[in-house]
Design a protein around this ligand. Structure first.
Ligand code: 3PG
Length: 213
């Protein structure tokens, strides 16, 4: 898959809802319930981070949930990319963007949302054809003012800022012309996931899905 095609696909996904939940799930038995709760709240695009031993099973389970579009986050190695693809991930997310990760995603037809933190990184990815990128870690890198400033000279790139984004500051990003959506873990708090409190998670998702863009 070319970087251009990956960017087109991810642009479409990013426009489906204002927030992509960033999920850290320890138990695959909770996966389907969690995905159903988020989809019911209006957040269909889900990023499952490869940060737990269960993550690939979680992706497999979530991929069966009607209406959900499940991707894999925290892609760090080509093996992660292959595993994510095999588990049914429809897109990939990485905190940064190395040649190995870009090559692997392009070779495995996994549309990658690659992470950048600086103008140089955004330019390098743009040179390769990636016009949709993740700004990470968003708040630590200067937040919405920094992303707005990057957008002035590089308006060709659109972003999904992630990292420190919450209901409180999401609007600061979503109101920027170079922001398609935001990513965040606040819609699936660990305690609620562990307790299987799906109604509470649906309520958080519903609140997030109504954020204006
Ligand atoms: C992460 O690194 O886990 C994601 O960027 C999500 O960050 P958050 O927990 O600050 O939303």
């Amino acid at each position: 898959m070319t970087p251009q095609t990956a960017s087109e696909k991810n642009r479409e996904l990013c426009l489906l809802a204002p927030v992509i939940p960033v999920l850290v799930v320890d138990d695959a038995n909770q996966a389907a319930g969690l995905a159903r709760a988020l989809v019911a709240g209006g957040l269909p695009v889900l990023e499952v981070t490869l940060r737990t031993p269960a993550a690939l099973d979680v992706i497999r389970e979530m991929a069966t949930v009607t209406g959900g579009i499940v991707g894999a986050g925290t892609l760090l190695t080509p093996k992660d990319v292959e595993n994510a693809k095999a588990a049914g991930a429809l897109f990939g997310v990485s905190p940064g963007a190395t040649d190995l990760i870009l090559d692997a995603c392009e070779a495995n037809d996994l549309p990658l949302l690659p992470g950048v933190a600086t103008a140089t990184e955004a330019m390098r990815l743009l040179e390769r054809g990636y016009t949709v990128q993740k700004f990470f870690p968003a708040e630590a890198n200067g937040g919405a003012p920094a992303l707005k400033a990057i957008g002035a000279p590089i308006p060709q790139v659109s972003f999904c800022p992630t990292g420190g984004v919450s209901l409180k500051n999401a609007n600061d990003y979503l109101s920027l012309s170079n922001t398609l959506c935001v990513g965040g873990s606040w819609v699936a708090p660990k305690a609620m996931v562990q307790a299987g409190d799906w109604d509470a998670i649906t309520a958080l998702a519903a609140e997030a899905s109504k954020l204006p863009r």
